[in-house]
Design a protein around this ligand. Structure first.
Ligand code: FES
Ligand code: FES
Length: 192
């Protein structure tokens, strides 16, 4: 008897649950775009090389063209449609907008999702391939242009908007750091 390759799955996307029947061979990218109408996530190469399809899964970036939708069941998926806070853009979105971190915009949703994770990975002290001192006890490296270029190297931009993309990621990281610092200061004041 042939085994079925289809079934219903429930995906948690941007805080909402979506139950849909899928062929189990469907990628998360195709489920998002073709089945759920979440077309902000882009298909570029469809083979894990361009980063256009980057989304966040449990806060970590992932290329959704290499992820089966069934394997994403029970995880928190965030797409570009879910990164803003209501009408308020995410700091990374705002920085891309202010600093022209895009031209045609096709790679931009993936760049932004990736940059959100890069800033969190860096704040958590994760080293990159260009970090000089990777000893666990070493200080976190500053998020220099070289660090940003390396950490964002999985996201290609065929328009070549890299200079502004690096500036936008640096600005968003600085804004995030300031906001975290202000939050800590306010918390300390309240506790005093
Ligand atoms: S479309 Fe997924 S990496 Fe290019
Ligand atoms: S802005 Fe056109 S591909 Fe990046």
């Amino acid at each position: 008897m042939a085994l079925s390759t289809a079934g219903a799955i429930t995906l948690n996307i941007n805080g909402e649950k979506h139950t849909l029947p899928v062929d189990h061979r469907t990628t998360l990218l195709d489920a998002l775009r073709e089945r759920l109408g979440l077309t902000g996530t882009k298909k570029g190469c469809d083979q894990g090389q361009c980063g256009a399809c980057t989304v966040l899964i449990d806060g970590r970036r992932a290329v959704s063209c290499l992820q089966l939708a069934v394997a994403a069941e029970g995880r928190e998926i965030t797409t570009i449609e879910g990164v803003a806070d209501g009408e308020r853009l995410h700091p990374v979105q705002q920085a891309f907008l202010d600093l022209d971190g895009y031209q045609c915009g096709y790679c931009t949703p993936g760049q932004i999702c990736s940059a959100i994770a890069v800033i969190e990975e860096h704040a958590a002290g994760w080293p990159s391939a260009v970090t000089a001192d990777v000893r666990p006890e070493a200080e976190a490296p500053p998020l220099t242009a070289d660090e940003i270029r390396e950490r964002m190297s999985g996201n290609l931009c065929r328009c070549g908007a890299y200079v502004a993309i690096v500036q936008a990621v640096a600005r968003a990281a600085a804004d995030t750091e300031r906001a975290v610092g202000a939050g800590r200061a306010a918390g300390a004041e309240e506790a005093a």
